[in-house]
Design a protein around this ligand. Structure first.
Ligand SMILES: NC(=O)c1ccc[n+]([C@@H]2O[C@H](COP(=O)([O-])OP(=O)(O)OC[C@H]3O[C@@H](n4cnc5c(N)ncnc54)[C@H](O)[C@@H]3O)[C@@H](O)[C@H]2O)c1
Ligand SMILES: O=P(O)(O)OC[C@H](O)CO
Length: 323
Protein backbone atom coordinates (compact mmCIF):
# COMPACT_ATOMS: atom_id res chain seq x y z
CA UNK A 1 0.00 0.00 0.00
CA UNK A 2 1.27 3.42 -0.95
CA UNK A 3 -0.86 6.56 -0.78
CA UNK A 4 -0.36 9.60 -2.95
CA UNK A 5 -1.23 13.16 -2.01
CA UNK A 6 -1.51 15.78 -4.74
CA UNK A 7 -0.80 19.25 -3.37
CA UNK A 8 1.62 20.11 -0.55
CA UNK A 9 -0.07 23.16 0.92
CA UNK A 10 -1.05 23.07 4.59
CA UNK A 11 -3.84 20.53 4.14
CA UNK A 12 -2.05 18.18 1.73
CA UNK A 13 1.00 18.13 4.00
CA UNK A 14 -1.15 17.47 7.09
CA UNK A 15 -2.97 14.63 5.31
CA UNK A 16 0.34 13.12 4.15
CA UNK A 17 1.50 13.23 7.78
CA UNK A 18 -1.74 11.59 8.91
CA UNK A 19 -1.43 8.75 6.38
CA UNK A 20 2.25 8.25 7.16
CA UNK A 21 1.60 8.08 10.91
CA UNK A 22 1.45 4.26 10.75
CA UNK A 23 4.72 4.11 8.81
CA UNK A 24 3.26 3.44 5.35
CA UNK A 25 4.95 5.14 2.40
CA UNK A 26 3.30 8.33 1.14
CA UNK A 27 4.22 10.15 -2.07
CA UNK A 28 3.48 13.89 -1.78
CA UNK A 29 3.34 15.83 -5.04
CA UNK A 30 4.26 19.51 -4.68
CA UNK A 31 4.15 22.25 -7.26
CA UNK A 32 7.13 24.16 -5.88
CA UNK A 33 10.62 22.58 -6.20
CA UNK A 34 11.59 24.37 -2.95
CA UNK A 35 8.85 22.52 -1.10
CA UNK A 36 9.93 19.15 -2.56
CA UNK A 37 13.49 19.87 -1.53
CA UNK A 38 12.64 21.04 2.00
CA UNK A 39 10.41 18.04 2.75
CA UNK A 40 12.95 15.50 1.48
CA UNK A 41 15.98 17.16 3.07
CA UNK A 42 14.66 18.49 6.38
CA UNK A 43 11.29 16.68 6.79
CA UNK A 44 9.53 19.99 7.15
CA UNK A 45 7.34 22.19 4.97
CA UNK A 46 8.25 25.68 6.21
CA UNK A 47 6.35 27.38 3.39
CA UNK A 48 2.91 25.93 4.15
CA UNK A 49 2.98 23.99 7.45
CA UNK A 50 5.76 25.42 9.56
CA UNK A 51 6.98 23.89 12.84
CA UNK A 52 5.56 20.43 12.20
CA UNK A 53 8.20 17.67 11.98
CA UNK A 54 7.15 15.35 9.15
CA UNK A 55 7.43 11.57 8.96
CA UNK A 56 10.39 10.16 7.06
CA UNK A 57 7.90 7.87 5.24
CA UNK A 58 6.77 10.93 3.24
CA UNK A 59 8.66 11.29 -0.05
CA UNK A 60 7.96 14.57 -1.83
CA UNK A 61 8.12 14.74 -5.60
CA UNK A 62 7.49 17.17 -8.42
CA UNK A 63 6.67 14.36 -10.84
CA UNK A 64 3.19 12.82 -11.10
CA UNK A 65 4.86 9.69 -12.51
CA UNK A 66 6.03 8.91 -8.96
CA UNK A 67 2.37 8.46 -7.99
CA UNK A 68 1.72 5.73 -10.57
CA UNK A 69 2.13 2.87 -8.03
CA UNK A 70 -0.27 4.41 -5.47
CA UNK A 71 -3.54 2.61 -4.64
CA UNK A 72 -5.17 5.85 -3.45
CA UNK A 73 -4.77 9.52 -4.38
CA UNK A 74 -5.84 12.43 -2.17
CA UNK A 75 -6.33 15.58 -4.24
CA UNK A 76 -5.59 18.69 -2.16
CA UNK A 77 -4.95 21.53 -4.60
CA UNK A 78 -6.83 24.83 -4.48
CA UNK A 79 -10.25 24.30 -6.09
CA UNK A 80 -9.49 26.45 -9.13
CA UNK A 81 -6.44 24.25 -9.97
CA UNK A 82 -8.09 20.90 -9.34
CA UNK A 83 -8.93 20.28 -13.00
CA UNK A 84 -5.36 20.72 -14.18
CA UNK A 85 -3.73 18.59 -11.45
CA UNK A 86 -6.29 15.78 -11.73
CA UNK A 87 -5.76 15.68 -15.51
CA UNK A 88 -2.04 15.00 -14.86
CA UNK A 89 -2.68 12.29 -12.23
CA UNK A 90 -2.42 8.55 -12.96
CA UNK A 91 -5.73 7.25 -14.36
CA UNK A 92 -8.02 4.67 -12.77
CA UNK A 93 -6.88 5.15 -9.15
CA UNK A 94 -9.54 6.16 -6.55
CA UNK A 95 -9.45 9.93 -6.06
CA UNK A 96 -10.36 11.39 -2.67
CA UNK A 97 -11.09 15.08 -3.24
CA UNK A 98 -10.16 17.33 -0.32
CA UNK A 99 -10.45 20.77 -1.96
CA UNK A 100 -13.38 23.04 -1.08
CA UNK A 101 -14.85 25.25 -3.75
CA UNK A 102 -16.82 25.63 -6.97
CA UNK A 103 -15.05 25.96 -10.31
CA UNK A 104 -15.21 29.43 -11.85
CA UNK A 105 -16.56 29.50 -15.39
CA UNK A 106 -18.39 26.16 -15.12
CA UNK A 107 -20.06 26.32 -11.65
CA UNK A 108 -19.10 22.65 -11.30
CA UNK A 109 -18.41 21.00 -7.97
CA UNK A 110 -15.02 19.33 -7.54
CA UNK A 111 -16.41 15.80 -8.06
CA UNK A 112 -17.90 16.89 -11.38
CA UNK A 113 -14.63 18.54 -12.43
CA UNK A 114 -12.63 15.43 -11.47
CA UNK A 115 -15.08 13.19 -13.34
CA UNK A 116 -14.49 15.25 -16.49
CA UNK A 117 -10.71 15.31 -16.02
CA UNK A 118 -10.30 11.57 -15.16
CA UNK A 119 -13.43 9.73 -16.34
CA UNK A 120 -12.14 6.27 -15.31
CA UNK A 121 -11.19 7.15 -11.73
CA UNK A 122 -13.62 6.37 -8.86
CA UNK A 123 -14.32 9.50 -6.79
CA UNK A 124 -14.91 10.28 -3.11
CA UNK A 125 -14.97 13.54 -1.14
CA UNK A 126 -13.31 14.18 2.24
CA UNK A 127 -14.64 17.32 3.93
CA UNK A 128 -15.30 18.62 7.41
CA UNK A 129 -14.05 20.79 10.28
CA UNK A 130 -10.32 20.24 9.97
CA UNK A 131 -7.65 22.85 10.59
CA UNK A 132 -4.49 21.41 9.05
CA UNK A 133 -2.19 22.17 12.00
CA UNK A 134 -4.45 20.29 14.41
CA UNK A 135 -4.65 17.19 12.19
CA UNK A 136 -0.88 17.25 11.68
CA UNK A 137 -0.42 17.31 15.46
CA UNK A 138 -2.71 14.29 15.87
CA UNK A 139 -5.49 16.19 17.67
CA UNK A 140 -8.94 14.51 17.59
CA UNK A 141 -10.84 15.19 14.36
CA UNK A 142 -14.04 13.91 12.73
CA UNK A 143 -14.78 14.35 9.03
CA UNK A 144 -17.27 13.31 6.35
CA UNK A 145 -16.14 10.82 3.70
CA UNK A 146 -18.72 10.88 0.91
CA UNK A 147 -18.79 8.29 -1.85
CA UNK A 148 -21.70 7.10 -3.99
CA UNK A 149 -20.21 3.60 -4.07
CA UNK A 150 -20.75 2.50 -0.45
CA UNK A 151 -18.36 -0.45 -0.63
CA UNK A 152 -15.55 1.75 -1.94
CA UNK A 153 -16.45 4.35 0.69
CA UNK A 154 -16.03 1.76 3.44
CA UNK A 155 -12.66 0.66 2.07
CA UNK A 156 -11.47 4.26 1.81
CA UNK A 157 -12.69 5.08 5.33
CA UNK A 158 -10.75 2.13 6.74
CA UNK A 159 -7.68 3.19 4.78
CA UNK A 160 -7.80 6.84 5.96
CA UNK A 161 -9.01 6.43 9.57
CA UNK A 162 -6.45 6.76 12.35
CA UNK A 163 -6.93 6.57 16.15
CA UNK A 164 -7.66 10.32 16.40
CA UNK A 165 -9.06 10.83 12.87
CA UNK A 166 -12.59 9.51 12.34
CA UNK A 167 -14.23 9.58 8.91
CA UNK A 168 -18.05 9.31 8.96
CA UNK A 169 -19.45 7.75 5.79
CA UNK A 170 -22.07 9.33 3.56
CA UNK A 171 -23.24 8.68 0.01
CA UNK A 172 -24.22 12.35 -0.46
CA UNK A 173 -21.23 13.64 -2.43
CA UNK A 174 -23.00 16.83 -3.56
CA UNK A 175 -24.08 17.68 -0.01
CA UNK A 176 -20.57 17.23 1.36
CA UNK A 177 -19.11 19.44 -1.36
CA UNK A 178 -21.68 22.22 -1.08
CA UNK A 179 -21.20 22.49 2.69
CA UNK A 180 -17.43 22.87 2.31
CA UNK A 181 -17.67 25.39 -0.51
CA UNK A 182 -20.38 27.62 0.97
CA UNK A 183 -18.98 27.77 4.52
CA UNK A 184 -15.83 29.46 3.23
CA UNK A 185 -17.88 32.42 1.93
CA UNK A 186 -19.85 32.61 5.17
CA UNK A 187 -16.60 32.58 7.18
CA UNK A 188 -15.56 35.74 5.33
CA UNK A 189 -18.84 37.35 6.47
CA UNK A 190 -18.19 36.35 10.10
CA UNK A 191 -14.66 37.71 9.85
CA UNK A 192 -16.10 41.02 8.61
CA UNK A 193 -18.37 41.15 11.66
CA UNK A 194 -15.34 40.58 13.91
CA UNK A 195 -13.17 43.15 12.11
CA UNK A 196 -15.91 45.76 12.15
CA UNK A 197 -16.62 45.18 15.85
CA UNK A 198 -20.24 44.16 15.26
CA UNK A 199 -20.28 41.79 18.23
CA UNK A 200 -20.99 38.14 18.89
CA UNK A 201 -24.77 38.44 18.38
CA UNK A 202 -24.06 39.46 14.80
CA UNK A 203 -21.71 36.52 14.34
CA UNK A 204 -24.31 34.05 15.65
CA UNK A 205 -26.92 35.60 13.35
CA UNK A 206 -24.59 35.27 10.36
CA UNK A 207 -23.86 31.62 11.17
CA UNK A 208 -27.58 30.79 11.52
CA UNK A 209 -28.84 32.80 8.56
CA UNK A 210 -25.81 31.69 6.54
CA UNK A 211 -26.67 28.09 7.30
CA UNK A 212 -30.21 28.80 6.04
CA UNK A 213 -28.62 30.06 2.78
CA UNK A 214 -26.39 26.99 2.56
CA UNK A 215 -29.41 24.75 3.06
CA UNK A 216 -31.56 26.53 0.45
CA UNK A 217 -28.77 26.38 -2.13
CA UNK A 218 -27.81 22.80 -1.24
CA UNK A 219 -31.36 21.48 -1.51
CA UNK A 220 -31.75 23.22 -4.88
CA UNK A 221 -28.62 21.42 -6.10
CA UNK A 222 -29.74 17.98 -4.84
CA UNK A 223 -27.94 17.86 -1.46
CA UNK A 224 -29.59 16.20 1.54
CA UNK A 225 -30.45 18.34 4.58
CA UNK A 226 -28.85 15.85 6.99
CA UNK A 227 -25.52 16.20 5.20
CA UNK A 228 -25.67 19.99 5.33
CA UNK A 229 -26.41 19.74 9.06
CA UNK A 230 -23.46 17.38 9.59
CA UNK A 231 -19.68 17.64 9.84
CA UNK A 232 -19.08 18.84 6.28
CA UNK A 233 -21.74 21.57 6.51
CA UNK A 234 -22.73 23.01 9.87
CA UNK A 235 -19.70 21.48 11.62
CA UNK A 236 -17.22 23.15 9.29
CA UNK A 237 -19.25 26.37 9.26
CA UNK A 238 -18.99 26.65 13.05
CA UNK A 239 -15.23 25.94 13.02
CA UNK A 240 -14.38 28.33 10.23
CA UNK A 241 -16.58 31.14 11.53
CA UNK A 242 -14.98 31.04 14.98
CA UNK A 243 -11.26 31.49 14.60
CA UNK A 244 -8.57 33.56 12.96
CA UNK A 245 -6.87 30.23 12.26
CA UNK A 246 -9.22 30.27 9.27
CA UNK A 247 -7.78 32.07 6.25
CA UNK A 248 -11.31 32.95 5.13
CA UNK A 249 -12.29 34.39 8.52
CA UNK A 250 -9.00 36.35 8.61
CA UNK A 251 -9.63 37.77 5.15
CA UNK A 252 -13.07 38.92 6.30
CA UNK A 253 -11.59 40.42 9.45
CA UNK A 254 -9.26 42.46 7.29
CA UNK A 255 -12.19 43.65 5.17
CA UNK A 256 -14.21 44.50 8.28
CA UNK A 257 -11.26 46.45 9.63
CA UNK A 258 -11.33 48.67 6.57
CA UNK A 259 -8.76 46.92 4.35
CA UNK A 260 -9.36 46.82 0.61
CA UNK A 261 -10.04 43.46 -1.02
CA UNK A 262 -7.41 44.19 -3.65
CA UNK A 263 -4.72 44.75 -1.03
CA UNK A 264 -5.78 41.82 1.12
CA UNK A 265 -5.89 39.38 -1.79
CA UNK A 266 -2.79 40.49 -3.66
CA UNK A 267 0.41 38.54 -3.20
CA UNK A 268 -1.02 36.04 -0.73
CA UNK A 269 0.62 32.62 -0.93
CA UNK A 270 -2.09 30.71 0.95
CA UNK A 271 -5.55 30.25 -0.46
CA UNK A 272 -8.76 31.84 0.89
CA UNK A 273 -11.16 29.72 -1.16
CA UNK A 274 -14.22 31.78 -0.22
CA UNK A 275 -12.96 34.73 -2.26
CA UNK A 276 -12.94 32.57 -5.41
CA UNK A 277 -16.16 30.72 -4.63
CA UNK A 278 -18.23 33.80 -3.67
CA UNK A 279 -18.95 35.21 -7.16
CA UNK A 280 -19.50 31.75 -8.66
CA UNK A 281 -21.87 30.84 -5.84
CA UNK A 282 -23.75 34.13 -6.12
CA UNK A 283 -24.27 33.62 -9.87
CA UNK A 284 -25.29 29.97 -9.45
CA UNK A 285 -27.75 30.94 -6.70
CA UNK A 286 -29.26 33.72 -8.79
CA UNK A 287 -29.61 31.33 -11.74
CA UNK A 288 -31.38 28.81 -9.50
CA UNK A 289 -33.64 31.50 -7.96
CA UNK A 290 -32.13 30.94 -4.49
CA UNK A 291 -31.81 33.98 -2.21
CA UNK A 292 -28.37 34.29 -0.58
CA UNK A 293 -28.16 37.79 0.90
CA UNK A 294 -25.08 37.10 3.06
CA UNK A 295 -23.23 35.70 0.05
CA UNK A 296 -24.33 38.74 -2.00
CA UNK A 297 -22.96 41.04 0.73
CA UNK A 298 -19.59 39.23 0.76
CA UNK A 299 -19.40 39.58 -3.02
CA UNK A 300 -20.10 43.32 -2.82
CA UNK A 301 -17.20 43.74 -0.37
CA UNK A 302 -14.83 41.55 -2.38
CA UNK A 303 -15.65 43.48 -5.56
CA UNK A 304 -15.36 46.77 -3.66
CA UNK A 305 -18.80 47.57 -5.10
CA UNK A 306 -20.03 49.39 -1.98
CA UNK A 307 -18.58 50.70 1.30
CA UNK A 308 -18.77 48.43 4.34
CA UNK A 309 -21.36 50.56 6.19
CA UNK A 310 -23.67 50.48 3.18
CA UNK A 311 -23.37 46.69 2.82
CA UNK A 312 -24.18 46.18 6.52
CA UNK A 313 -27.13 48.62 6.35
CA UNK A 314 -28.51 46.80 3.30
CA UNK A 315 -28.41 43.44 5.14
CA UNK A 316 -30.13 44.90 8.20
CA UNK A 317 -32.78 46.68 6.13
CA UNK A 318 -34.05 43.56 4.39
CA UNK A 319 -37.80 43.03 4.80
CA UNK A 320 -38.83 41.22 7.98
CA UNK A 321 -39.81 37.63 7.25
CA UNK A 322 -40.56 34.31 8.95
CA UNK A 323 -37.51 32.39 10.12
N1 LIG B 1 -5.62 24.40 5.32
C1 LIG B 1 -6.63 23.71 5.87
O1 LIG B 1 -6.73 23.65 7.10
C2 LIG B 1 -7.64 23.01 4.99
C3 LIG B 1 -8.51 22.07 5.59
C4 LIG B 1 -9.45 21.45 4.78
C5 LIG B 1 -9.52 21.72 3.44
N2 LIG B 1 -8.67 22.61 2.87
C6 LIG B 1 -8.77 22.83 1.42
O2 LIG B 1 -7.64 22.25 0.80
C7 LIG B 1 -7.34 22.97 -0.41
C8 LIG B 1 -5.87 23.33 -0.40
O3 LIG B 1 -5.66 24.24 0.66
P1 LIG B 1 -4.30 24.32 1.49
O4 LIG B 1 -4.66 24.95 2.79
O5 LIG B 1 -3.62 23.01 1.53
O6 LIG B 1 -3.43 25.32 0.60
P2 LIG B 1 -2.38 26.42 1.09
O7 LIG B 1 -3.04 27.73 1.13
O8 LIG B 1 -1.69 25.97 2.33
O9 LIG B 1 -1.30 26.41 -0.09
C9 LIG B 1 -1.59 26.84 -1.39
C10 LIG B 1 -1.49 25.64 -2.30
O10 LIG B 1 -1.81 26.06 -3.62
C11 LIG B 1 -0.92 25.41 -4.51
N3 LIG B 1 -0.93 26.06 -5.81
C12 LIG B 1 -0.67 27.37 -6.08
N4 LIG B 1 -0.73 27.58 -7.42
C13 LIG B 1 -1.04 26.37 -7.98
C14 LIG B 1 -1.24 25.92 -9.30
N5 LIG B 1 -1.12 26.75 -10.34
N6 LIG B 1 -1.54 24.62 -9.52
C15 LIG B 1 -1.66 23.76 -8.48
N7 LIG B 1 -1.48 24.12 -7.20
C16 LIG B 1 -1.18 25.41 -6.95
C17 LIG B 1 0.40 25.47 -3.77
O11 LIG B 1 1.33 24.59 -4.33
C18 LIG B 1 -0.06 25.05 -2.38
O12 LIG B 1 -0.14 23.65 -2.31
C19 LIG B 1 -8.29 24.18 -0.42
O13 LIG B 1 -9.37 23.91 -1.28
C20 LIG B 1 -8.75 24.29 1.02
O14 LIG B 1 -10.06 24.87 1.13
C21 LIG B 1 -7.72 23.26 3.61
O1 LIG C 1 -8.42 28.30 6.69
P1 LIG C 1 -9.70 28.07 5.94
O2 LIG C 1 -10.67 29.18 6.08
O3 LIG C 1 -9.41 27.70 4.50
O4 LIG C 1 -10.42 26.78 6.59
C1 LIG C 1 -9.70 25.59 6.68
C2 LIG C 1 -10.64 24.40 6.67
O5 LIG C 1 -11.47 24.39 5.54
C3 LIG C 1 -11.42 24.26 7.94
O6 LIG C 1 -12.18 23.08 7.91
Amino acid sequence: MKAGVIGAGAWGTALAQLLASDGQPVALWALEPDVVDAINRTHENPLYLANIPLSSSIAATGSMADLSDCDLLLVVSPAQHLRSVVAQAPAGVPLVLCSKGIEAGTSLLMSQVAQEAQPTSPIAVLSGPTFAHEVAKGLPTAITLACEDRELGQRLAARIARPAFRPYLSDDVIGAEIGGAVKNVLAIACGVAEGAGLGLNARAALISRGFAEMTRFGLARGARAETLGGLSGLGDLVLTCSSTNSRNFSLGKGLGGGGSATDLLSNRRTVAEGAHTAPVLRDAARAAGVEMPVVEAVCALLMEAAPLAQVIDALLARPLRPE
